[in-house]
Design a binder for this molecule. Structure first.
Ligand SMILES: [Zn+2]
Length: 270
């Protein structure tokens, strides 16, 4: 599989020269599979806009069947959806999976007074799937599993396995100091790529308990407990500029060498 990071920022998009290296779009990843020409997308933050344009420009390389998995409904994870061009184009087929009622959520986002047109103007074929506990979703030879994550209104972690390769996307989650999230460590066990919410430094977290995010030190604890091969720090705080993220990345690498802080546009081939 091939993972592309279209948005890696938490909370709100940022732009400007101080963010040039890591980028400023909110969460969105796409996964190209080996066994299928369908596309898997994780979250529809502002990064999905550019992914949509890429999909429109490369129509021969995919099936126009898109499987969009949403972690939760906080703005930064759905705000790009109304700007996702393929959703407007007949011939595209969107299967949207969420442990909440995604149809109601996206409808609400695209309704007055928040947005000029409704979900009904989108010409693609959309099917909404409410994910049940323990339910896995097959996409050809790939399998997508999920667990709930501790976060205000809860979030969802996804694991994608295909042909012996695996990735886990665990963003928007808060840890409990001194307690390892065993369920998440179990989901991430032995995976090739572990993407984890490292929004705050330890100092910042002290003033943000209950806001639903975690730290790079917790990311490392989990990565070590789960025996993951590569750790990706994700959901960068909007106040963290390139210089700060490079410094966080270097500190994390001292403890877990195979760590990178996610950058918009980054591609990982597994
Ligand atoms: Zn959230």
């Amino acid at each position: 599989m091939e993972i592309t990071f279209w948005g890696t920022r938490g909370s709100i998009p940022v732009s400007g020269p101080r963010y040039a290296e890591f980028g400023g779009n909110t969460p969105c990843l796409s996964i190209k599979l080996e066994s299928s020409r369908d596309i898997i997308i994780l979250d529809s933050g502002s990064g999905i806009r550019e992914l949509g344009l890429k999909l429109m420009a490369t129509m021969k390389e995919h099936s126009r069947a898109i499987h969009l998995f949403l972690t939760h409904a906080h703005w930064d994870h759905i705000q790009g959806f109304p700007f996702f061009v393929p959703a407007f184009v007949p011939g595209f087929k969107l299967d949207i999976y969420c442990s909440k009622d995604a149809k109601a959520i996206l409808n609400k986002q695209m309704s007055p007074p928040f947005f000029p047109v409704g979900l009904d103007v989108m010409g693609s074929t959309k099917t909404f799937h409410m994910l049940g506990e323990g339910q896995s979703v097959p996409v050809e030879e790939a399998c997508v599993r999920h667990i709930p994550l501790p976060h205000p209104q809860t979030s969802t972690a996804f694991r994608v396995d295909e042909r012996g390769k695996s990735m886990v996307f665990a963003t928007d989650t808060e840890h409990t100091a001194g307690t390892l999230n065993e369920t998440l460590a179990e989901l991430a066990a032995g995976c090739d790529v572990f993407i984890y919410d490292a929004q705050y430094t330890i100092e910042e977290y002290k003033g943000k308990v209950g806001w639903g995010h975690s730290t790079y030190t917790e990311a490392i604890r989990l990565a070590e407990a789960a025996g993951v091969k590569k750790l990706i720090l994700y959901s960068h705080d909007p106040t963290h500029d390139d210089e700060m993220l490079r410094s966080i990345e270097a500190q994390a690498q001292e403890q877990f060498p195979n760590t990178i802080a996610a950058r918009d546009g980054m591609v990982l081939k597994l």
